[in-house]
Write a protein that binds this ligand. Structure first.
Ligand code: TYD
Length: 230
């Protein structure tokens, strides 16, 4: 079949984020969406948080190795925000300006859920850090991948066993189940408060079905994208 690249000149590039708890399959879906956009002629950049740039990746190792744990949720939120500031200014904003879509594995909603609701950090502090770090670059579309944390834990466990890894993951994966239940509620609450930006999808439908649901939501929202980018 003839391949017609999508018209990216008259349609602005979009900033898409994926959020949700541990083990819901965000990274796989980010990869699949970027590939599908590419197959539809839409240039897209895949990135992640914390990280995405050399400076932000340095902050990521500090955070995920647990070296910041004693700083508390406030200190950690500042570090996540500093990493985000660099990520937005040196990768996300320039890519969007160059007409490339940006698809990011976690973004500011994770700070609101993990350090805010999970860690008990005051929401007005989160608001201030978010204003600083985003510099106006609010995502156009956020997928909240939702799953019962008990089920998600089982998936993380199975994956770790299959990969021969330790069952104890990074700093945040070690938190207890109650923490992860509060996280889930927090992501759902963020979605309810931002219905124009967020799409909640059940993440226990299987990888292919979830990828299709994500693609349908993208095409429904941005109809200039050819619908068959499989
Ligand atoms: P990662 O290995 O990327 O986990 P996941 O596959 O679940 O995304 O590690 C990122 C961890 O950092 C994850 O546990 C969530 C946490 N995090 C925060 O606590 N606050 C934040 O703002 C962000 C972006 C991530």
């Amino acid at each position: 079949m003839d391949f017609m690249p999508a018209d990216t000149t008259s349609h602005p590039a979009r900033f898409v984020t994926f959020e949700g708890g541990e083990g819901v399959g965000k990274s796989t879906q980010v990869r699949r969406l970027v590939a599908r956009l590419g197959a539809s002629g839409i240039p897209a950049v895949r990135t992640r948080e914390p990280g995405g740039t050399p400076k932000a990746e340095a902050i990521r190792s500090f955070l995920l190795q647990g070296r910041s744990e004693s700083w508390g949720p406030g200190g950690e939120a500042v570090l996540f925000a500093a990493a985000r500031l660099d990520h937005v200014n040196t990768l996300i904003a320039p890519a969007l300006a160059a007409g490339k879509w940006v698809v990011c594995d976690r973004f500011a909603d994770s700070t609101r859920a993990y350090q805010g609701v999970g860690g008990g950090l005051d929401e007005t502090l989160i608001d201030g850090l978010e204003t600083l770090a985003l510099n106006g670059h609010v995502p156009d579309l956020t997928f909240v991948l939702d799953m019962d944390p008990d089920l998600a834990f089982e998936r993380v466990r199975e994956r770790a066993i299959a990969d021969g890894l330790s069952l104890l993951g990074d700093r945040f994966e070690k938190e207890d189940l109650d923490f992860h239940r509060r996280l889930r509620d927090s992501f759902l609450d963020i979605a309810a408060r931002n219905p124009e930006r967020c799409v909640v999808l059940s993440a226990d439908t299987g990888e292919d079905a979830l990828a299709d649901a994500i693609w349908q939501a993208v095409v429904a929202r941005y109809p200039h994208i050819p619908g068959d980018g499989a």
